[in-house]
Design a protein around this ligand. Structure first.
Ligand code: ZN
Length: 83
């Protein structure tokens, strides 16, 4: 999705900025965080309501009927919907 793509671009801009200022440690930390979001994590599911939340930021990622997508629209975390 476009929102998530923008998130990655933002991360790259951060990395570029910190590299420019010679802050390699921070640049690597931002890179690591961005990459970790691409590893799908299982959402926190509520069986009673069938709703689900992002395991990272807590945003609602599934309504009563269907998932909103394979990514959290708020923080960009990849989501694993397999059972
Ligand atoms: Zn999230």
């Amino acid at each position: 999705m476009e929102d998530d793509y923008m998130g990655d671009i933002e991360a790259l801009e951060f990395i570029n900025k910190f590299l420019y200022h010679g802050n390699l440690t921070f640049a690597l930390a931002v890179a690591k965080k961005a990459l970790e979001k691409q590893i799908p994590k299982k959402p926190i599911a509520h069986k009673e309501t069938n709703r689900a939340e992002c395991p990272i930021c807590g945003a609602t990622v599934r309504g009563i009927k269907k998932p909103f997508g394979n990514w959290c629209s708020k923080c960009g975390q990849a989501l694993d919907w397999s059972e």
